[in-house]
Every structure is written in structure tokens, then in C-alpha cells.
Design a protein. Structure first.
Length: 52
């Protein structure tokens, strides 16, 4: 993914405002965004020496 998770979430929210039912593609996109965010957090934690 080359766009920031925050931008991806804003785009998804715009879609949900038009059609308030998550379809399969949107659900997968949301999970992908969450995984990307979790990976970024884990990287930051590792750089700071925190261990979870």
C-alpha cells in the first residue's frame, strides 16, 4: 500500500457515507489497513526498544 492508512480510512469512510453497508471488498480493505497500521506500530515499538 502506498497511501497512508489515515488517507485510506478517509476514502473508505467516504464510500460508507454513500452506502452504509460494508461489502466484501471494503471489509478486506479495512482489514488490510488495520494490518498495515499494526505493522507500522510494531516497527515503531521495535525502534524504541519496547517489547510486546
Amino acid at each position: 500500500m502506498d497511501t497512508h492508512p489515515a488517507d485510506q480510512l478517509r476514502k473508505l469512510m467516504t464510500e460508507l457515507n454513500r452506502e452504509p453497508q460494508l461489502n466484501k471488498t471494503q471489509t478486506k480493505a479495512l482489514v488490510d489497513i488495520l494490518i498495515d497500521m499494526a505493522d507500522r506500530i510494531q516497527t515503531i515499538e521495535q525502534q524504541q526498544g519496547e517489547d510486546y
